[in-house]
Design a protein around this ligand. Structure first.
Ligand code: NAP
Length: 327
């Protein structure tokens, strides 16, 4: 297949998959096979960190965990929004072990500082949920000169996870869950042009590439840190601000708004991955959708990358991350 035919095939296959698997009705039909008991567990004594916990999927996840007695560290960039969400979660769950930390994941040096300070202050972290994510409509750079979508969605996740791995490894039955997106199915890992300096800036495609990079990071971490259970997932198409207000996707939200999932439906697999015993029996590094392990590639798609390409990406990330590490 030529490049244009391939990309047409890939985009149509993706949209067809989305219409049959990512909508609210697809969730309801998948939910008929869910095992209700999987989520009937107490999380008392377990410590969770959730990024972007003030809104959408992250907030619904925080609420579900709070209701089961878990301690939740909400990592958010906006103090007012975070405190408001915290107050709602405490009120509705009756759980007071909910803490707010202010961090903008696009500020690379601050992510390092935050991870180091958290590790010094707290004795345990059982779960890290990398949920925060953003779509940029225009190319912009942070104080370190990194493109902001990359800084938030990739470098922020890399540094936070890498920085907290020693604490996770000291804690009981640690897990790391990253909320990726089905959008990554149309992207093959690219290690060149990490800062999108070359070519036109298409915010949706840049985001999709970053979501592919999250899948690769998860697969690689699973290989190098065998005592932590890693997973990465797609929540489906969910009615949240990231979709509604993203200038990059106004048409998508307008045309799909009646078929989008609720934040709770979008959070269902995150919660299942975070608390169920069933999830821990699945191989570490897997990709999930509606509580099922699924392929991270479309049939026939040329999105697979070799072990060597993936390792090269991780080594580029490590070198770049280290240049911003506090001494
Ligand atoms: N909604 C969907 O259809 C869909 C589909 C596939 C994947 N996802 C993924 O699901 C995850 C959660 O998104 P959502 O749908 O729940 O949207 P949302 O309600 O807009 O939540 C996104 C969260 O990320 C936070 N965030 C964004 N950039 C940040 C930064 N630089 N530093 C710290 N926090 C930041 C936001 O903070 P503010 O509230 O301050 O903006 C918000 O709390 C994202 O990773 C998204 O890519 C969503």
């Amino acid at each position: 297949m030529g490049n244009t035919t391939m990309s047409l095939y890939r985009n149509s296959a993706w949209f067809l998959k989305g219409m049959t698997e990512f909508t609210r009705s697809a969730f309801l039909s998948a939910a008929k096979h869910f095992v209700e008991k999987d989520l009937e567990v107490s999380m008392a004594g377990r410590v969770f960190m959730i990024t972007g916990a003030n809104s959408g999927i992250g907030r619904a996840t925080a609420m579900a965990i709070a209701k089961r007695g878990g301690t939740v560290h909400m990592v958010c960039r906006n103090k007012d929004k975070a405190e408001e969400a915290r107050a709602d979660i405490v009120k509705e769950s009756g759980n007071k072990e909910i803490y707010v930390h202010i961090l903008d994941l696009s500020e690379t040096r601050k992510v390092w500082e935050f991870a180091e300070a958290f590790k010094r202050k707290y004795k345990a972290l059982n779960l890290l949920i990398n949920n925060a994510g953003c779509i940029m409509s225009e190319r912009d750079v942070n104080a370190e000169g990194l493109e902001k979508s990359f800084a938030s969605n990739v470098m922020g996740v890399y540094i936070l996870t890498r920085g907290l791995i020693p604490l996770l490894e000291k804690s009981a039955e640690p897990r790391v869950i990253t909320v990726s997106s089905g959008g990554m199915l149309v992207q093959k890992l690219r290690t060149g042009n990490l800062q999108t300096e070359i070519g036109r800036y298409d915010g949706t495609m840049v985001y999709a590439q970053h979501k592919r990079q999250q899948v690769v990071m998860t697969e690689q971490w699973a290989q190098t840190h065998s005592n932590i259970h890693f997973s990465v997932m797609h929540p489906g198409w969910v009615d949240t601000p990231v979709v509604a207000v993203a200038n990059a996707m106004p048409d998508f939200h307008q045309s799909m708004k009646d078929s989008l999932r609720t934040p709770e439906q979008g959070a269902d697999t995150v919660v299942w991955l975070a608390i169920s015993e069933a999830a821990a029996t699945k191989p570490s590094g897997s990709f999930f959708q509606d509580r099922r392990m699924v392929s991270a590639h479309l049939p026939l798609a040329w999105t697979h990358s070799s072990q060597l390409e993936q390792q090269k990406f991780m080594s580029v990330m490590e070198d770049l991350a280290k240049t911003f590490q506090p001494h």
